[in-house]
Design a protein around this ligand. Structure first.
Ligand SMILES: Cc1ncc(C[n+]2csc(CCOP(=O)(O)OP(=O)(O)O)c2C)c(N)n1
Ligand code: SF4
Length: 699
């Protein structure tokens, strides 16, 4: 155990093959395909890797880390090609599984990794369904990383990808730690190769945005091929020609069952705590599993106390499809199974289904989102906190015939949690600060509309205009910007609207929204906010060439004839470089330009050019450091010069900044820190047993 001896290098997280390495969650996901290729090479396979997807929290920085690790990835023949958007990225990953159909194939197979934020998973419904039906390659495999934001901390909508994976009949895994992200990622690829399925993996902020020292001992450990599952002749992998009905039969009759058999053989779901006379079972996966462990610790439920209560704990690595034999074994002897899941229930419904036709004499009560009387119990909407879980857990445990001393301890601890939560709820911040644009942000100017006009918002930093006094109302998902107006315009006397559209979004999918507006002949003006960055997710460059001049040509080709290019230096765009008829204006004239646009009948566009201030500062700094290698003397002539770098009041990894901070203790690490902090000032009641409980998760 412990950090390795010898010289330390930042590359160790990728290069080291034994012992322990210190890594962030995102870097672990960069390491994952390299670990897979190392395994393949050890098994005599000459494989390559292909990674594609689209940025968005909590995987906002994955692309940046992949770029940074290029030299390592290249050594393993791993190609990273960012997608123009999520579904095109998924389509390219689908292609990676078709290598063996190419007569010039240079490798035995390609490991395909897709990544995206939950809304990106939703975008991919059609591709996932087709790709999963077609299957994965025998020596390839597809793993789809879904960045889920259950609490909408940096998203326009709370989301969970579970149902999207289920809808495409893709088994999915849910790791609860950085270490498990590699362990389960490798397992997912192996499962995909064996079952022919595309395999999903849920990744959430609480794990991926942390750092940990991970143990590499099992990274090369072989997986077990299920001895009890008979593959059909020809196997389950991608092939051509492939009739669609045959594909569907393979999918419906075999692939999911093969994945279940693989999960069973490799103990993806397992009992992590048991008692001699177990009567109360708890099931959880991912973050909820860590929350349960933490809640038990906070309640003073040591291993000895757990044994006295009769606790049994089940850690679920693959929430869907749920492996049934493990559920049967787990349920034996239990009076009740308490299932802890954040947002909508997935495991709970499956456990009920698995146990419904089972032996009456061993069927326990099932409680989770609903109690035994079908009344709502755990919340559907909010994230679960350790505190709320400790209270719910106590409520259920007190229904058992408990040893009075234990019952008293649980009651006292739960009361303490409730009291603390009540006092936290009463606390109000002395200052409430609404997120705002950075100093010098182009959206400061570009999102203003003339008196009497309204604007629609979209995805990107300019979304913050919704919280300002700028007559900006309602928003869409990424790529739908302005299109709600198509459904409003025919039924209102309001003649015109502005729609804000970031350049990153324009490149991702927004151009199609403009096409819809043009096709509908609506009176709308698109303000394309060219800030030369996908600012909100970290300031990445566009995933291809996109200049303001090119945008004018694209808009012209879509049929728009009223196009303005507004910038600080209109003279730097000679007529030969922009589309015919494009009018050039200085950005000081923006308000007048907008007034002209709102009088125009049909779709018009303003390309507003001004670089993201945070990016500009970063680029200036990088340039100045690389040119002189000494810090520049600050330019004190500008009032902005004295302001700090990156003045944005925005967590630049997603879509939405939290409006107010609510006390929560959902992440195990945060919960541990918070409870350590609180215990020093106001400690919960003492535990009845002073025996030691391991503070590290055994899983
Ligand atoms: C389908 C989808 N994918 C990814 C995201 C994550 N996301 C939020 S904002 C953003 C960047 C928008 O960039 P841009 O349109 O250039 O606006 P800017 O932030 O630069 O103002 C992304 C990718 C999302 N919300 N939806
Ligand atoms: S990151 Fe850039 S685009 Fe976003 S608010 Fe800051 S300056 Fe504006």
């Amino acid at each position: 155990m412990g950090i390795n001896q010898g010289p330390i290098s930042l590359d160790q997280k990728y290069t080291q093959q034994t012992g322990h390495v210190f890594t962030t969650g995102i870097q672990a996901l960069v390491r994952l395909p390299m670990a897979q290729i190392r395994r393949d090479r050890a098994n005599g396979l000459n494989t390559a890797g292909f990674i594609s997807g689209y940025r968005g929290s909590p995987l906002g920085g994955y692309d940046q880390q992949l770029f940074a690790a290029r030299k390592h990835l290249e050594q393993y023949n791993i190609k990273f090609q960012p997608g123009v958007n999520e579904d095109l990225a998924a389509t390219a990953v689908w292609g990676s599984q078709q290598l063996n159909l190419s007569p010039g194939a240079k490798y035995d197979g390609v490991v395909g990794i897709w990544y995206g934020k939950g809304p990106g998973v939703d975008r991919c419904g059609d591709v996932f369904r087709h790709g999963n039906a077609a299957g994965s390659a025998k020596n390839g495999g597809v793993l789809c990383l879904a960045g889920d934001d259950h609490g909408a901390k940096s998203s326009t909508v709370p989301h969970q990808s579970d149902h999207a994976f289920m809808s495409a009949l893709m088994p999915y895994l849910y790791p609860s730690s950085i270490h498990e992200m590699i362990e389960m990622g490798l397992l997912g690829i192996a499962m995909s190769r064996y079952s022919g399925c595309w395999v999903g993996m849920k990744v959430i902020t609480e794990t991926v945005e942390t750092t940990a020292e991970i143990d590499l001992t099992d990274e090369m450990k072989p997986f077990i091929i299920p001895p009890d599952f008979e593959l059909p002749p020809g196997g389950l992998n991608l092939r051509w020609p492939d009739d669609r009905f045959e594909q569907d039969r393979r999918l419906q009759d075999y692939k999911g069952f093969a994945a279940i058999a693989f999960a069973r053989a490799n103990k993806v779901n397992r009992v992590t705590m048991d008692s001699p006379n177990a009567r109360f079972g708890i099931m959880a996966s991912g973050k909820s599993y860590e929350d349960v462990r933490q809640a038990l610790r906070e309640l003073g439920v040591t291993e000895q106390v757990a044994a006295k209560i009769g606790l049994r704990l089940y850690k679920i690595g693959m929430p869907w499809p749920l492996e049934p034999e493990g559920v049967h074994e787990f349920a034996v002897g239990l009076e009740e199974i308490f299932i802890v899941e954040e947002r909508r229930e997935i495991v709970e419904n499956q456990v009920k289904q698995v146990l419904f036709n089972w032996r009456d004499d061993v069927r326990p009560r099932i409680v989770g989102k609903m109690d035994e009387h079908d009344k709502r119990f755990l919340t559907f909407a909010a994230e679960l906190s350790v505190a709320s879980l400790a209270t719910s857990l106590t409520e259920r445990l007190l229904k058992l015939d408990l040893n009075p001393e234990i019952a008293e301890m649980l009651r006292a601890k739960a009361d303490w949690f409730n009291g603390r939560q009540a006092s936290q709820m009463q606390a109000t911040a002395p200052v409430s600060r609404t997120p705002y644009f950075c100093s010098g942000c182009p959206h400061n100017t570009s999102t203003k509309v003339p008196e009497g006009s309204r604007a629609l918002a979209g995805i990107g930093c300019h979304f913050m205009a919704l919280w300002m006094d700028r007559s900006t109302e309602t928003f869409t998902h990424m790529g739908g910007e302005g299109v709600p107006w198509v459904g409003i315009a025919p039924f209102t006397n309001e003649n015109h609207i502005f729609a804000n559209l970031g350049d990153g979004t324009y490149f991702h999918s927004g151009l199609l929204a403009i096409r819809q507006a043009v096709a509908s002949k609506t009176n709308i003006t698109y303000k394309i906010l060219y800030n030369d960055a996908v600012a909100m997710t970290g300031g990445q460059r566009h995933d291809g060439d996109l200049s303001p001049q090119q945008i004018t040509f694209q808009l012209h080709a879509e049929g728009i004839r009223e196009i303005y290019l507004v910038s600080e230096s209109p003279d730097s765009y000679p007529a030969s470089t922009i589309a015919p008829g494009v009018k050039l204006h200085h950005r000081d004239e923006l308000q007048d330009v907008m007034k002209m646009c709102r009088e125009y009948k049909g779709t018009s566009a303003i390309v507003f050019v001004q670089t993201c201030a945070a990016e500009k500062r970063r680029r200036t700094r990088v340039r100045s450091v690389s040119i002189k290698n000494t810090p520049r003397k600050p330019d004190t002539s500008s009032p902005r010069a004295s302001r700090p770098w990156f003045g944005c009041r925005w967590p630049r990894s997603g879509a939405i900044a939290p409006m107010a901070s609510t006390p929560r203790a959902s992440s195990p690490a945060i919960a541990a820190r918070r409870s350590a902090a609180t215990t020093s000032s106001s400690s919960p009641p003492a535990s009845i047993s002073n025996s030691t409980t391991s503070s590290s998760s055994p899983a």
